[in-house]
Design a binder for this molecule. Structure first.
Ligand SMILES: Nc1ncnc2c1ncn2[C@@H]1O[C@H](COP(=O)(O)OP(=O)(O)OP(=O)(O)O)[C@@H](O)[C@H]1O
Ligand SMILES: [Mg+2]
Length: 277
């Protein structure tokens, strides 16, 4: 899945603009898995997204930073087709979501794993029960031996071997997050979306979650999109950062570029973390 994608030929040089960025028209090119194009969305008279453009490359971890109310969740909901744009489009694997019907969108959503702010585990089910749940739902005839094998593999990658029989109530916050991720990746999605994964966690658990996001990228080859307002975590896990402000992506680039970005809002938002207050 994700692995195959990353082995596909890289984009040809003539498909890039002078700055080396893929051109807007390249929504179907092999190394961009999500392409957000000129996305507009209003609620009533309130314009939340005013022309958002963003590409997510295969195998990358893109962190979308923005203050509360800037429209991060609204943007994320367009990426999984839960909201329809007023204009503009989102392309997933080259497929236009605005031209995809509800049935097709369900298919697209199956390619995504979602990790929510609260791990949203089933409290009455063991770790094994939680992680195997999507397999049982989708492959009703899968033999138990195969289920066990697949679950063990994911648990091992995420450092959860030996905890199969525990219940969520017996786990720490960081472990619950890892179980949530194991469940999100058990169907081997190409893309995992994290909505505010570290908000409200202590620094040690935050580190744990950051490591887990990096592990998912390295060991499982997934592409990740992380919504965050935790600047420290964002700079640790991101291969690319994008800052959403006033309905647009006002800064986009590698962590060093964002740390030194001239845009006043970006300086204010990330500056204190790097340059002191
Ligand atoms: N379904 C909706 N109907 C009307 N307004 C909405 C709807 N969803 C979001 N909004 C508005 O869009 C704006 C952006 O909301 P959004 O939830 O995307 O912010 P956010 O960046 O995710 O904030 P937070 O960091 O607090 O989660 C807010 O003003 C919100 O009230
Ligand atoms: Mg939100």
């Amino acid at each position: 899945m994700g692995r195959l994608e990353s082995e596909m030929p890289r984009q040809r040089p003539e498909e890039k603009d002078v700055a080396g960025h893929p051109r807007a028209a390249d929504k179907g090119s092999s190394d961009v898995i999500i392409s957000i194009r000129d996305l507009h969305k209003s609620f009533g008279g309130h314009e939340v997204l005013k022309g958002v453009n963003l590409d997510v490359e295969v195998g990358s971890t893109v962190v979308i930073l923005g203050v509360s109310g800037s429209g991060k969740s609204v943007l994320m909901k367009h990426v999984i087709g839960l909201l329809r744009p007023d204009s503009g489009d989102v392309f997933v694997d080259g497929r236009s979501l605005s031209r995809t019907d509800e049935h097709g969108l369900q298919e697209v959503r199956r390619g995504f794993g979602m990790v929510f702010q609260t791990a949203a585990l089933f409290d009455s089910m063991s770790v094994y029960g939680n992680v195997s749940f999507p397999l049982r739902e989708h492959f009703r005839k899968m033999p138990e031996s195969e289920i066990r094998e697949r679950v063990s593999e994911k648990l091992a990658i995420l450092g959860l071997s030996g905890h199969e029989d525990k219940f969520p109530g017996e786990l720490s916050g960081g472990m619950r997050k890892r179980v949530g991720l194991a469940r999100a990746v058990i169907m081997e999605p190409k893309i995992v979306l994290y909505d505010e994964p570290t908000t409200g966690l202590d620094p040690i658990t935050t580190d744990d979650v950051d490591n887990m996001i990096m592990q998912a990228r390295e060991a499982l080859q997934v592409t990740s999109v992380v919504i965050s307002h935790d600047i420290r975590s964002a700079f640790k896990v991101a291969t690319k950062l994008a800052v959403l402000y006033d309905g647009r992506i006002v800064a986009e680039g590698q962590p060093e570029e964002i740390a030194n970005h001239p845009h006043p809002h970006v300086r204010k938002f990330v500056g204190t973390h790097f340059h002191g207050s």
